[in-house]
Design a protein around this ligand. Structure first.
Ligand code: NCD
Length: 305
């Protein structure tokens, strides 16, 4: 299956069959994750990052280099002509003359879509606003699929900032291609937005919501997906003060966990995940980082060849 020339703007653009094809490709590229294969020789990827990033930017860059391609771009728009007042649309129309694919992260919700509409080359959304982060969702889905051998039939518990996390929102939408049970645990102020709950209901998917982690909820979980509070998205700083430090997954919680529970986190983490958990077999968040590299290698190869 090819994704040749495709934009990846929302996880909803990717079908279940395409996801499974991406997973297959990611697995087959694993031998090259620490070496090189020249399948994208002569291709150029432009990274346009208007927001902080460590993993997403470096994993795209590494992915392109492992596949033999070249990388251009910036992570600090203040050093580009945008500082002189050049518009985002002019900037991307210039960049499309230099590159074969654009990977963009932007604080505005619709930025990636607007760029994709403005240029002829494929655009990959590396995070836009609080709504969408499709390549993180593919990473998370692949991690579950690789580690558990399936996604259907699992119970996925989300813990954290369900209101502002684009990783959470995209993963939920991705999981809707599979038959999973959803559990959402968050402080009341960070509850999943009504429009996402509505999306779940429309699909006939039932879900459980709670404001704290009970033994029962932990016992039933196959996956616990933890996120940090997305401080930069709060409109009102007082609202952030109210929820700061209000939840944390600890070793005490994991006493009730299934043996094969898997704890995921898109990272960066602040204080919501006890570092003691790193030493347990439940912790899969650094493995998740590696799988993110494989998924981005697969995407670039499938879009550009
Ligand atoms: C996520 C993001 O940027 O949305 N980070 C990432 O890409 N791994 C999650 C976060 O910032 O909390």
């Amino acid at each position: 299956m090819s994704l040749r020339g495709r934009d990846i703007i929302s996880i909803k653009d990717v079908t279940r069959e395409e996801m499974l094809a991406i997973f297959g490709e990611a697995t087959s590229l694993e031998p090259y994750a620490r070496s090189k294969i020249d399948v994208l020789k002569g291709k150029v990827m432009a990274l346009l990052f208007f927001e902080p990033s460590t993993r997403t930017r470096l994993s795209f860059e590494t992915a392109m280099k492992r596949l033999g391609g070249d990388v251009i771009g910036f992570e600090e728009p203040s050093i580009t002509s945008m500082a002189k007042g050049e518009s985002l649309m002019d900037t991307v129309k210039v960049v499309e003359n230099y590159a074969d694919v654009i990977v963009v992260r932007h604080p505005f919700e619709g930025a990636a879509k607007a760029i994709a509409d403005a240029v002829q080359i494929p655009v990959i959304n590396a995070g836009s606003g609080a709504l969408s982060h499709p390549t993180q969702a593919l990473t998370d889905l692949y991690t579950i699929w690789r580690e558990k051998g399936r996604i259907d039939g699992l119970t996925v518990l989300f813990l954290g900032d369900l209101k502002y996390s684009r990783a959470v929102r995209s993963l939920i939408q991705g999981l809707l291609n599979f038959k999973v049970s959803f559990v959402f645990v968050s402080p009341e102020l960070l509850r999943l937005r009504e429009e996402v709950r509505e999306e779940l209901r429309e699909q006939g998917t039932s879900f459980v919501e709670a404001t704290s982690l009970s033994q029962e909820l932990i016992r039933e979980a196959d996956v616990i997906y933890v996120t940090r509070i997305q401080r930069e998205r709060f409109v009102d700083p007082m609202e952030y003060e109210k929820v700061k430090g209000s939840y944390k997954l600890t070793m005490e919680h994991l006493r009730y966990a299934r043996n094969d529970l898997m704890v995921l986190h898109p990272l960066p983490r602040i204080d919501e995940l006890d570092r003691e958990i790193d030493k347990t077999p439940y912790a899969k968040y650094f493995k998740q980082v590696f799988y993110g590299l494989l998924v981005r290698m697969a995407l670039l190869k499938m879009i550009l060849t």
